[in-house]
Design a protein around this ligand. Structure first.
Ligand code: SAM
Length: 488
């Protein structure tokens, strides 16, 4: 057959040892077409409503309540709902980790290896605007895509950092309620999806990645508060990068315990991770001890068992009784007041007036606490609740960019448009249908003629009620304020 000629021999030998009777079925999966998915943005629309109104064929993904299989020939990335951040295109198995991490509104959540944001955008949506999402990415180039996806998803309460896990761990000891470590890995689970990943693989890569993973999983655990939950995930099959990393964690951080991931709620087709006994039998160095754990509580997602690629996910908890940092206080815990050092927001009463007038029109029900407003040289931001001290951290975004204070006026930012609620009603909105030629014109950055009688001024331009960006109306002509990088 074709497949085994394309895949590295060392990889195939390891898989044959691990899979035994299932090996041939696993190998056959490489000749099957892969399935694609999209994940609905809960901040825009409820999954049930999306299923009812989807503009192309979709089919629910069993393990993700907002995940749907989609045929890429229907070109979901070309539909205006994509521009409006209604959904994120994501490989189906990759939806599992953020589903399994029980993030809730009000939580402080860390996504340690977040770019391009497939999981961070789901975690941000789960927060529903309450609490804090710290989305971190070590790579200075990849963090830009992360920021863009967070903005496009309309997440208002994110701190997007470009830091090493070690520096974050120093700054945020036991600060987070929930942590996701979607670790950099050798990517064996993506061999079917992306031939470049096969080409980039070499036998030593597994050990190299494992060394990084062993380090960052400890740093991640140190940032979790007692009683908090953490998910560790990879898209690779090598036990060195999965079960053995968990053993390393449990050995070095005895306050962490592995939690059983239930094989229910659509996860019936997930498999248990390998047991210590099985790994020993296959020649893996697990050490003498098992640290009282049953590794099979974690899950493996196999491409020959589900409609998705290969993944590994473990749910962990830090025991609530013990803090590992006796007598040490989190500098992050000092909170917002200390972070600002008692500074004023840097806005005059007049500036505040322009902003308030604008926001009253677009967010009439919402009260914005003045102490969450930050003015950086005329650029206004709304910082998230409970924002830690960010001084000394490299970050790209700290909350929501509201817009710019100009002479005697306020100019709203694209990011503010994206963070506004969906809806077709309201005098301040102009909503076109997806098939309306004016939607295409607007997304191309062209001015749009409006036939109804409307007052001059700023309008939130929407497609089917989902915000796309701003327009400024003068005598029936809507000047296009869609940011250049957001146009089609
Ligand atoms: N969670 C992302 C998503 O769902 O879109 C995918 C993350 S990807 C599997 C792993 C990320 O870890 C990459 O963006 C990579 O740049 C980053 N990374 C690489 N080396 C790292 C290190 N030493 N520490 C932390 N992150 C690292």
């Amino acid at each position: 057959m074709q497949t085994d000629q394309k895949l590295p021999a060392v990889f195939l030998e390891a898989m044959e040892r691990l899979l035994g009777d299932d090996y041939q079925e696993f190998l056959n999966s490489y000749d099957q077409p892969r399935r694609n998915g999209l994940r609905v943005n809960r901040l825009r629309v409820a999954p049930e409503e999306f299923l009812r109104t989807a503009p192309f064929r979709v089919e629910p993904i069993p393990w993700a309540d907002n995940g749907f299989y989609v045929d890429y020939r229907d070109m979901p990335a070309r539909h205006p709902w994509y521009n409006a951040g209604v959904y994120y295109l994501q490989e189906p198995s990759a939806m599992a980790p953020a589903q399994i991490l029980p993030a809730e509104p009000g939580d402080r959540v860390l996504d340690l290896c977040a770019a391009p944001g497939g999981k961070a955008t789901e975690l941000g949506a789960k927060l529903a605007g309450e609490g804090l999402l710290v989305a971190n990415e070590i790579s200075a180039s990849r963090v830009r895509a992360l920021l863009r996806n967070i903005e496009q998803s309309g997440i208002p309460n994110a701190l997007v950092t470009n830091e090493t896990p070690a520096h974050l761990a120093e700054r945020f000891p036991e600060f987070f309620d929930k942590v996701l470590v979607d670790a950099p890995c050798s990517g064996e689970g993506m061999f079917r999806k992306d031939p470049d990943v096969v080409r980039a693989w070499y036998p030593e890569k597994v050990a190299e990645c494992a060394a990084v993973q062993r380090e960052i999983i400890l740093q991640a655990a140190d940032m979790l508060r007692p009683g908090g939950c953490m998910v560790y995930s990879t898209c690779t099959f090598a036990p060195e990068e999965n079960e053995l990393v968990l053993l390393h964690l449990l050995k070095n951080r005895p306050q962490m315990e592995l939690v059983q991931i239930a094989h229910t709620e659509g996860r019936e087709s997930f498999s248990s991770a390998f047991s210590i006994e099985k790994l020993r039998e296959c020649g893996y160095d697990t050490g003498e001890e098992s640290f009282g754990t049953d590794l099979t509580r974690a899950v493996r997602i196999w491409p020959h068992k589900v409609g998705g690629e290969g993944h590994f996910t473990a749910l962990l908890k830090k025991r609530s009784e013990s803090s590992q940092f006796v007598g040490r206080k989190s500098s992050a815990g000092k909170g917002k007041k200390a972070a600002k050092g008692g500074r004023e927001t840097g806005m005059t009463r007049e500036d505040l007036g322009y902003l308030t007038e604008f926001l009253r029109r677009f967010l009439p029900q919402t009260q914005i606490a003045a102490d969450r407003l930050e003015n950086h040289g005329g650029k206004l931001y709304l910082s998230p609740e409970g924002l830690p001290n960010v001084r000394g951290l490299t970050f790209l975004r700290n909350g929501l960019y509201l817009g710019d204070l100009k002479k005697n006026r306020f100019e709203p930012a694209q990011e503010l448009a994206m963070a506004l609620p969906s809806g077709t009603q309201g005098e301040e909105r102009i909503s076109f249908t997806a098939s309306d030629e004016r939607t295409v014109q607007y997304l191309r950055g062209e001015p749009v003629r409006i036939s109804e009688d409307r007052e001059n001024g700023w309008y939130l331009v929407c497609v089917d009620g989902y915000p796309l960006g701003w327009g400024k109306l003068t005598k029936g002509l809507l000047k296009n304020k869609l940011l250049a990088g957001w146009r089609n």
